[in-house]
Write a protein that binds this ligand. Structure first.
Ligand SMILES: [Zn+2]
Ligand SMILES: [Zn+2]
Length: 234
């Protein structure tokens, strides 16, 4: 049967069976891969259309790439739930949609109390033909000079404000979580003095508590200042 293009129409939404989740343009979705051994594809829905009878729904999508699917592959600082917004657009049958998901900004992802199966985050756009990232550089932290992976716990030095992996400062995660104060090697002698001066004031206890929580939530301010060390991505 010949399909006339003019008979296709745009839909406001599409209902995924059997969950009855309603998908609308702008939503992020998980899509079934042709190879069942692979993880679901992540995509942003741009448009939903059907034939003239309202059947054979198709979705226009913009793919998110997982680090494994990028030219440079997965790197140590990529989070397990990290995806890159690509310039790769596609049209897919709507029945490959498995369900809805959420692609958070980097900042809001690091503030989640719990990361669900359907939570992802995106901090880079990705050019699928050249493998280039935007932004093309990322701040690095710690003695190991790595970009921040939000899956990893980091502690902040109260002296220089740099962030450190517990393993890189010879600590385990439990020890790091119990820390009230942390000064890195370079800052430690000055830090001890400051601590002794403020030791007996109750107010400083309150401050320490908020600082400590902030520190353990890890770095959410990913802005790159002129003095911040960076690594270039390609
Ligand atoms: Zn490190
Ligand atoms: Zn320091």
């Amino acid at each position: 049967m010949a399909k006339a293009k003019a008979t296709r129409r745009t839909l406001d939404s599409y209902t995924v069976k059997p969950s009855n989740k309603i998908i609308k343009p702008g939503d992020c979705v998980l899509m079934r891969p042709s190879d069942p051994s692979k993880p679901s594809y992540v995509a942003k829905v741009e448009r939903i259309e059907s034939d003239g009878r309202g059947l054979n729904a198709r979705v226009h999508v913009r793919w998110y790439y997982r680090p494994e699917e990028s030219i440079g592959g997965r790197r140590q600082f990529h989070g397990s739930k990290e995806v890159f917004l690509s310039d790769h657009y596609d049209i897919q049958s709507a029945d490959t949609i498995e369900g809805k998901c959420t692609v958070h900004s980097f900042k809001s992802y690091t503030k989640l109390d719990a990361v669900g199966n359907d939570d992802f985050f995106c901090r880079f756009e990705y050019n699928s033909s050249t493998g280039a990232f935007n932004p093309d550089r990322v701040a690095v932290y710690c003695k190991c000079e790595m970009p921040y992976n939000p899956d990893d716990l980091m502690v902040q030095c109260e002296g220089c404000s740099d962030w450190f992996h517990p393993a890189c400062i010879e600590m385990n995660a439990e020890e790091a979580k119990r820390l009230d104060h942390f000064f890195c090697e370079n800052c430690s002698s000055e830090g001890q003095k400051k601590l002794q001066n403020s030791h007996n004031t109750r107010q400083s206890d309150a401050k320490v508590e908020t600082k400590r929580r902030r520190r353990l939530q890890a770095n959410t301010e990913a802005k790159i200042s002129a003095s911040q060390a960076v690594v270039f991505l390609s």
